[in-house]
Design a protein around this ligand. Structure first.
Ligand code: KG4
Ligand code: ZN
Length: 364
């Protein structure tokens, strides 16, 4: 039996979890900072770092207490070392290093996005690999081929906004509040998804692959995403051509719900189509989905229908492990710990992905 304490502070959630053997979640606590950031309409990195500092100690203590264990029962400490806000990551990494040093525990660094890509395994009956993983979060929208927990290949990613970012920005345009994903999900249920024919964003085969972070994907750019045009289409629709409307006053609550539902439908349709295209290109029949936007009810329902029709098996991440949480860090941390992939106390957080994948081509 391997008991792992994991810490996650990559963005605006301070989280700790105790997970046994990578799957049995004994405690998973998440302290959200939404209240601190909502008046700014987005995350303020400095405020996030300071809040992590205040909360990290207590949340670790509370998590161990909730799991009914002490520091002495731990076998390793896993921590998100990137990607994320460096000031936020630094708090979690420093806490993990402190525990590793004082309790003489192995330190296991985990990539936040790889953890989202494998979070569907946090169930009694985990998905078999290989699987196509759709990761849809506030900062990332990517498709991966997961051959195994430690063999994850990038197939495509967004060339501009992430899906969660598009939800947040459209919610801001519609003055629905922050974070935008959950509120659009709720408001869209009262709206007509066919009311407005927003563009279905598609990245043509001939368009260049994204060059962010010095790497490009060797795969067809058909598997890349683009959401900034959709967001702009919503903006133009709301304010009218030539910005003839100066506010939302011309829209009824039903009109706003219709726009929210139509935007969500366009975005979800694109995510579903590209996920199916990735399965077709690779011949892989299992699909996993993770990240905050994986909590979206329309995405969950539409993926289920599309996967059934295409004879694919869909493994949805449980709702509580879609948005940022330390349980998924413990799950992947366990796999890395088993294979001896630990770090020393020189570990430093990284804003970008932790390592280039072997399939990624370095472009310089
Ligand atoms: O994975 P996550 O918690 O943090 C990052 O790693 O970025 O994702 C946060 C994102 C936010 O943009 C939020 O609006 C979105 O996930 N989100 C949703 C829903 N719940 C959270 N988007 C659509 N529908 C939801 N139900
Ligand atoms: Zn995340």
């Amino acid at each position: 039996m391997t008991v792992i304490l994991a810490i996650e502070t990559s963005c605006d959630e301070t989280s700790a979890a105790v997970v046994v053997d990578g799957r049995d979640v004994r405690a998973s606590l998440v302290s959200s900072q939404v209240k601190l950031h909502e008046k700014y309409g987005g995350i303020v990195p400095e405020i996030a770092s300071r809040a992590h500092i205040e909360r990290i100690g207590p949340i670790i203590e509370e998590t161990l207490a909730a799991a009914g264990i002490t520091y002495r029962d731990l076998d390793a400490v896993a921590v998100t070392a990137g990607p994320g806000l460096v000031g936020s990551l630094l708090v979690g990494v420093t806490a993990a290093k402190t525990l590793a040093l004082t309790c003489d525990l192995p330190l296991v660094p985990v990539d936040h996005i790889e953890a989202h890509a494998t979070s569907a395994a946090l169930v009694a009956d985990p998905p078999p690999w290989p699987a196509i993983a759709l990761v849809v979060s506030g900062g990332h929208t990517s498709l991966y081929l997961v051959r195994d927990f430690l063999d994850i290949e990038l197939l495509g990613q967004t060339v501009d906004d992430a899906a969660g970012e598009a939800f947040d920005k459209v919610a801001a345009i519609l003055e629905l509040g922050y974070p935008g994903g959950p509120v659009i999900d709720r408001v869209a249920q009262r709206g007509n998804p066919r009311a407005v024919a927003f563009p279905r964003p598609s990245v043509a085969r001939s368009s260049p692959a994204p060059v962010g972070r010095g790497f490009t994907s060797p795969h067809s750019s058909e598997l890349n995403f683009s959401f900034s045009g959709l967001k702009t289409a919503v903006l133009y629709h709301v304010y009218g051509s030539g910005q003839k409307y100066g506010s939302l006053a011309h829209l009824s609550p039903q009109g706003i719900a219709d726009i929210a539902a139509s935007f969500q439908a366009a975005l979800v349709e694109t995510l579903v189509a590209k996920t199916l295209a990735a399965a077709k290109q690779t011949g892989v029949t299992n699909v996993v989905v993770g990240g905050g936007v994986a909590a979206n009810s329309a995405l969950r329902a539409d993926l289920q229908t599309a996967c059934s029709q295409a004879a694919l098996t869909l493994h949805l991440t449980p709702m509580e492990y879609c948005t940022d949480n330390a349980a998924m860090i413990a799950a992947l941390g366990y796999q890395r710990f088993r294979r001896g992939l630990t770090a020393d106390l020189w570990l430093e957080p990284r804003a970008g992905l932790l390592r280039p994948r072997k399939s990624d081509k370095v472009t310089k």
